[in-house]
Design a protein around this ligand. Structure first.
Ligand code: BGP
Length: 462
């Protein structure tokens, strides 16, 4: 068998609305939790402008066509369509995404649309956000509107980006910490909203396919001590399987349920939830993967500050359950995230074995500080290296029998990182945000652009 990707493998690139679009009040858009969020880090750049993709989308899609991608993952900003989260539709918002979709299709690029990526409309946040069941109803109306508007042209849909990470890093994503019982009630509402999205997509979009978007970080035990293994079982369940077991099996994971019981948390179900969760399932899984984490069973309560993180082992602490530790066998990137391509293959195999659903990678990539040279070049061999190692593992996973049908890395263009602002870049395309260029936000192709372009042309890793 040639060591090559299948001919119908889908190559892509991904972004989200609030991290790229800017134009935060343009053409009737309402505010979102990302627009109102108070940012504690001065390096977190201005989301109100971001990469100004709202005004640059034609240029960006043209560049993606030159890159050669067959798919482009982006999210719709709910508050552009419903400025108040519900109620009246903003036609200008609907028209904007229609233009973006048309532009993609003209370049033979299939859009993959995420319904919501961390940017809940602010008016819904004011009634309690995902804690309030009314947000689920508003989400249903929003989903119906976009499925009806774009369903004839868009085949692939993604539900809500990473509910599992929203739980872990509420502070960083929403700008506030939520009490634990409210947090898990929110989780249930997110899960129910997703089930409605599966149902509505299947009812309204002919041949439509829809999947959940978890961020999976496989959890390793720090040693072969049985209690460290138990710690990894709990964190794997809370971090990874609680979400996907609900989506794909229609039930809460038993270890996760025990975790909630020990924490004294009870989730309230509304009438109809049980039937909805057991009757509606995804067509594929869209996985975001960056890193793996390593945990041990905590032994000294005095040495622990309660806290939790999504990507960095050292920040994970939950007394009685798990404590993150450094994995001595793995290298880290500039932002302290471990790099684990072998873990990527194991994750793909684990996921496929557990759920037997086709998988597409909708995020994977290296966040780094990039430099633009005087002559408009960005030399990013570190990114090429990261992508090369991870794409090689995709190929190995396919050869090992995993039904992986596409790879859409993070990110198409430079965008505003959730944790680090613009100081951490992911794109194949550099966006110049230095002050003198802020109005122009000029685009430059990085070395990784040309490398990825070659890969797409040949289906072989250069
Ligand atoms: C994922 C999110 C993305 C993205 C990425 C990298 O969890 O879906 O929105 O930003 O993580 O994280 P960061 O931007 O913090 O480096």
């Amino acid at each position: 068998m040639p060591h090559k990707f299948p001919n119908d493998f889908l190559w892509g690139a991904s972004i989200s609305a609030h991290q790229t679009e800017g134009a935060y009040k343009s053409d009737g858009k309402g505010l979102t939790v990302q627009d109102t969020r108070v940012r504690d880090n001065h390096e977190i750049a201005d989301f109100t402008i971001a990469s100004d993709h709202y005004h640059h989308y034609k240029e960006d899609i043209q560049l993606l066509a030159e890159l050669g991608v067959q798919i482009f993952r982006f999210s719709i900003s709910w508050a552009r369509i419903f400025p108040n989260g519900r109620g009246e539709v903003n036609q200008a918002g609907l028209d904007h995404y229609q233009d973006v979709i048309n532009e993609c299709l003209q370049h033979n690029i299939q859009p993959i649309i995420t319904l919501n990526h961390f940017d809940l409309p602010q008016t819904l946040e004011e009634i309690g956000g995902w804690s309030n069941r009314e947000t689920v109803d508003a989400f249903k109306d929003y989903a119906i509107t976009v499925f009806k508007a774009y369903g004839q042209q868009v085949k692939y849909w993604l539900t809500i980006n990473e509910p599992n990470v929203m739980l872990l890093v509420d502070q960083k994503i929403l700008g506030k910490q939520i009490p634990i019982d409210e947090k898990y009630q929110q989780f249930h509402h997110l899960m129910i909203a997703e089930k409605y999205a599966f149902k509505l997509c299947h009812e309204l979009v002919e041949n439509g396919q829809i999947g959940p978007v978890p961020n999976i970080s496989l959890v390793y035990p720090a040693t072969s001590k049985p209690l460290d293994n138990q710690a990894s079982l709990y964190f794997n369940s809370v971090r990874n399987w609680a979400y996907l077991d609900f989506s794909c099996f229609g039930r809460y994971n038993a270890v996760f349920s025990d975790y909630l019981k020990q924490k004294g948390v009870t989730i309230t179900f509304a009438p109809g939830d049980e039937a909805l969760m057991k009757e509606n399932f995804p067509d594929f899984i869209a996985m975001n993967f960056y890193t793996t984490v390593t945990v041990e069973k905590p032994t000294d309560k005095n040495n622990m500050t309660e806290g939790i993180s999504d990507q960095q082992s050292e920040d994970i602490m939950d007394w009685g359950f798990y404590k993150g530790v450094t994995n001595p066998y793995l290298k880290k990137n500039q932002f302290n995230w471990t790099i684990d391509p072998d873990g990527f293959k194991t994750t793909l195999q684990t996921l496929y074995d557990r759920y037997h659903l086709p998988i597409i990678i909708t995020e994977n990539g290296l966040g780094a500080k990039d430099d633009l040279t005087e002559d408009g070049k960005v030399h990013d061999p570190y990114r090429i290296d990261y992508l090369k190692q991870h794409i090689e593992q995709c190929l190995e996973a396919i050869e090992a029998g995993v039904d992986l049908f596409g790879y859409s890395p993070w990110s198409a263009i430079d965008l505003i990182s959730v944790h680090e602002g613009i100081s951490k870049r992911y794109g194949f395309i550099y966006v110049d945000r230095t002050e003198k260029e802020l109005k122009q936000l000029a685009r430059y192709k990085k070395d990784s652009f040309y490398w990825y372009q070659k890969l797409i042309q040949t289906n072989e890793i250069p």
